[in-house]
Design a protein around this ligand. Structure first.
Ligand code: SAM
Ligand code: SF4
Ligand code: SF4
Length: 335
């Protein structure tokens, strides 16, 4: 059953935020002044249950869903996440199931995640030096060493691993070669993400964006020329380059080189709304339908009609977009 939106884009990927809570307070995502002790996080009964999430996944399988990514907030904070992974694996034996994590709890969970049917983890890591790491993540509890240990356990468990780094001007550019060395040593692809204007709280300004091109030039000074690779498939988010030794770096240039034309992602928030763009201000309530007894077929029809209406291309229109519109926070909708 072919399903495409108003710009002929299929729905291949579902990102599922399973919690809006996090043990970090990255300044570009959950600044502490907005996500402090008084912040009203979702209560347990507002979260979609694992069965409800699986019903949504099942509903999307016939329309061409290929990949599910669990995210948050910090997804490893949610209890029994392996139960959810097993349920999704059972629903879609051929689905690519991935998880995005800050890595702080990965050491403890890696083995069981793999056993439950997870294929891959993307670990966010912005710095190797403790003072930069702790200042960006606004935490004193963890360091890059904890994250690297988590990565080692994930590799040993047989999970695919990638590392994602957000680069912010005058904050962590000097960490780029150190992160590259750590990933080269372990043969892990490293991807650099341009700092984005997600949510309403990170006080984003364009001047703090370090473009993919700038990062490539820093890398080339340390690792020699970078050669562009052909995309592996349509809709590939990262532009990939390799060193002459064959090590891969990716660049997610959402600001300077947006890729809305190929965007095949929908997002399910922790409280059960479907968003058709990372920069949406409003989602479509699926939880209400699920709790009124909607079955898989009814969910399928509802999502189908939402996707058929989809026309989003925020990043392509960023320069002219209406600045006053409230956007949903990334920790809530899932990065
Ligand atoms: N807590 C997990 C983590 O950090 O990997 C998963 C959720 S986090 C919201 C997902 C991804 O979004 C992370 O790689 C993070 O670096 C990225 N992210 C958050 N805020 C961002 C921003 N303003 N610009 C670019 N990427 C951002
Ligand atoms: Fe937490 Fe991830 Fe956001 Fe950092 S980027 S505050 S780890 S959700
Ligand atoms: Fe997709 Fe929206 Fe990002 Fe464009 S801005 S790539 S439509 S999520």
């Amino acid at each position: 059953m072919r399903l495409v939106d108003r710009r002929e884009r299929p729905l291949h990927d579902l990102r599922i935020s399973i919690t809006d809570r996090c043990n970090f307070r990255c300044t570009y995502c959950m600044p502490r002044e907005h996500f402090g002790p008084e912040h009203d996080f979702l209560h347990r009964d507002s979260l979609l249950t694992y069965e409800e999430i699986t019903t949504v996944v099942r509903a999307l399988l016939p329309t061409g869903l290929r990949k599910v990514r669990l995210t948050g907030g910090e997804p490893l904070l949610r209890r029994d996440i392996t139960t959810l992974i097993s349920l999704i694996r059972k629903a879609g034996p051929n689905l690519d199931i991935a998880l995005t994590t800050n890595g702080s709890l990965l050491k403890r969970h890696a083995d069981n995640l793999r056993k439950a049917g997870l294929n891959r983890v993307t670990v966010s890591l912005d710095a190797m030096d403790t003072h930069v790491f702790q200042s960006m993540a606004d935490t004193q509890q963890h360091s890059a060493d904890d994250v690297m240990e988590g990565i080692e356990h994930a590799l040993a468990a047989g999970l695919g691993v990638k590392v994602n780094t957000v680069v912010q001007k005058n904050v962590n550019e000097e960490q780029i070669p150190k992160l590259a060395d750590a990933c080269i040593q372990r043969s892990i692809p490293l991807r650099f993400i341009e700092y984005m204007d997600v949510g309403n709280t990170n006080a984003w300004v364009f001047d703090e964006v370090v473009s993919g091109e700038e990062v490539r030039s820093i890398l080339e000074q340390h690792h020699g020329p970078l050669l562009p690779e052909k995309p592996k498939h349509k809709g590939e988010v990262a532009r990939r380059y390799t060193t002459v030794d064959g090590h891969e770096f990716g660049f997610i240039e959402s600001v300077t080189n947006p890729f809305c034309g190929d965007c095949t992602r929908a997002r399910l928030s922790a409280h059960g709304s479907l968003y058709t763009c990372l920069f949406s201000s409003k989602g479509h309530d699926l939880k209400g339908m699920l709790r009124m007894g909607a079955n898989q077929a009814a969910m399928g029809l509802a999502i189908r009609s939402i996707w058929l209406q989809r026309n989003d291309r925020y990043s392509m229109d960023r320069a002219t977009a209406e600045k006053k519109t409230e956007k949903v926070e990334m920790s809530f909708i899932g990065g």
